[in-house]
Design a protein around this ligand. Structure first.
Ligand SMILES: Cc1cc2nc3c(=O)[nH]c(=O)nc-3n(C[C@H](O)[C@H](O)[C@H](O)COP(=O)(O)OP(=O)(O)OC[C@H]3O[C@@H](n4cnc5c(N)ncnc54)[C@H](O)[C@@H]3O)c2cc1C
Length: 455
């Protein structure tokens, strides 16, 4: 892989830095999750690796801690921490993708969005283990593991990481791979933004040009039979199928298509990595429930970014999460009781993502696997602090209702509030992460959404 993106000589100039009270500060500190009012001591927006190094060196010299942030999709957990002595280091201006089509590897700069990587890979008949939203950044997603609709067959996105380049707390640019700085490489695969500013990642691409993907949609009044069928179906599936099931509630809005506007729905979506006949055979039990809409068909792989219908622009939201061991009828009853038809709730989504397969097989990484059958994620829109409080209570109620079937672990990419971060890891990985953090960042410079090994 030719490292030209970070090696390109760029004119040495200073990164833009915004301080409270100055024009530009409010725009620069605003994260994707608009419910988060993060107020750091300063916001730096570097455009090159040299500028990242200068910013880190200057911030540390002034006694500031540093919070790297690419988009702010994961800003809620960060925003719960005190930021008065923290420089927010926004990576939005450090973006770019190069695809080595022969090696099936993409090299991406620190703040690059998945949609740009997927588009660049698609030009070569390739794709990547991206998540459901194209405007999530590669860095934060992979640092947390990365759960995609290719996951049950191809594992966590972090298992496709080939190299990472970070600026460490002493201002050094370090390249970590399975062979160089192997401890650091292990730590960034799930251990979050606790070790430095990621300025580049090299990611193995998947040789997938097109995929059977789409969604099936019913009125929410069908939730019970659809959920029971999906639960039985997911228990028998091959690893080639990764789907989610959601209860979705939409306000009547003119900008929404009529099939969503003002509707309460149950939706199953995802991908089937099979030929058309086998895919149709696998989808048959769901299609037998006569969905109101069925978009499953063979599409260009880049189209998978659209099937989950994630918001196309920043949204204020609150959420809660758990990992479920199983989804027996009693658990479905509990979910229906808090989020099903007829329930008055401010929830926008109550979602279950099917895990297992390659996601459950250990890899050599801080987050070695996701142990459990389903990831539960409940979300409410939170345009004001008062509505956020109501939404937080509703999302917590969903998680509480499913507690009897939950594991004690969490998947930190789905955790938007302060939790015991140790629940993201097994005990040995948690201890090792702490040791690595203390060795690369003894002064505790980095402020991550999910802190590990902090002083
Ligand atoms: C609409 C939506 C859809 C989602 N879909 C999925 C999904 O399908 N699968 C999944 O696994 N997750 C999903 N997520 C969760 C998402 O992966 C996490 O929120 C992730 O942290 C976002 O990464 P980011 O860099 O865009 O966000 P940010 O908020 O910018 O980053 C989150 C944290 O990552 C670290 N970080 C980010 N960039 C850097 C960097 N360059 N250097 C060092 N540290 C960095 C920091 O600690 C930062 O606080 C979704 C979230 C949303 C809001």
């Amino acid at each position: 892989m030719h490292p030209s993106l970070t090696d390109t000589p760029t004119p040495r100039r200073a990164a833009t830095v915004h301080f409270p009270g100055e024009p530009g500060y409010d725009a620069a500190r605003t994260p994707w999750n608009l419910a988060v009012d993060q107020r750091p001591a300063a916001v730096a927006v570097p455009r090159s690796v040299a500028e990242v190094i200068d910013v880190v060196t200057a911030a540390v010299a002034r006694g500031l801690r540093i919070a790297p942030q690419s988009t702010g999709h994961g800003a809620a957990a960060l925003g719960e921490q005190p930021l008065d002595d923290v420089m927010l280091l926004r990576l939005d201006e450090l973006t770019g993708v190069e695809v080595d089509a022969e090696a099936h590897v993409a090299r991406v700069l620190g703040g690059t969005l998945w949609q740009d990587v997927v588009a660049a890979a698609a030009a070569h008949g390739l794709t990547a283990a991206h998540g459901s939203a194209g405007d999530v950044a590669v860095a934060g997603y992979v640092l947390g593991g990365g759960l995609s609709f290719y996951g049950r067959e191809h594992g966590l996105a972090s298992s496709h990481l080939r190299a990472v380049e970070l600026v460490t707390a002493d201002g050094t640019l370090v390249r970590a791979t399975a062979d160089e700085h192997a401890d650091l490489f292990w730590a960034v695969k799930g251990g979050g933004g606790n070790f430095g500013v990621v300025v580049a990642m090299e990611i193995a691409l998947l040789p997938i040009a097109d995929v059977v993907a789409g969604m099936l949609l019913w009125d929410l009044s069908r939730a019970e039979e659809v959920t029971r069928t999906w639960a039985e179906w997911t228990a028998e599936l091959p690893e080639s199928v990764t789907t989610s099931l959601r209860y979705m509630r939409f306000p009547p809005l003119p900008e929404l298509p009529p099939f969503l506007s003002g509707r309460s729905l149950v939706v199953i979506d995802g991908a089937v990595l099979e030929d058309d006949d086998r895919a149709a055979e696998l989808l048959a039990p769901l299609r037998a429930l006569a969905p109101e809409m069925d978009t499953f068909s063979r599409i260009p792989a880049a189209g998978l970014l659209a099937v989950h219908m994630d918001p196309p622009a920043p949204v204020p939201s609150v959420s809660d999460h758990a990992i479920l061991r199983e989804l027996p009828p009693a658990a479905i009853g509990a979910l229906l009781a808090v989020a099903g038809p007829g329930v008055e709730t401010p929830l926008m989504f109550a979602e279950l993502r099917h895990l297992g397969g390659a996601l459950a097989r250990p890899q050599d990484a801080a987050l070695d696997r996701l142990d459990g059958e389903y990831a539960l994620y409940a979300i409410a829109v939170a345009p004001t602090p008062e509505i956020a409080a109501i939404g937080t209570a509703a999302t917590s109620e969903v998680v509480a209702a499913l507690r009897p079937w939950s594991t004690t672990r969490t998947y930190l990419n789905f955790v938007d509030r302060s939790v015991d971060v140790a629940t993201g890891f097994d005990a040995a990985a948690w201890d090792r992460l702490g040791e690595i953090r203390r060795s690369v960042d003894p002064a505790g410079v980095w402020v991550a959404a999910h802190p590990v090994g902090a002083r």
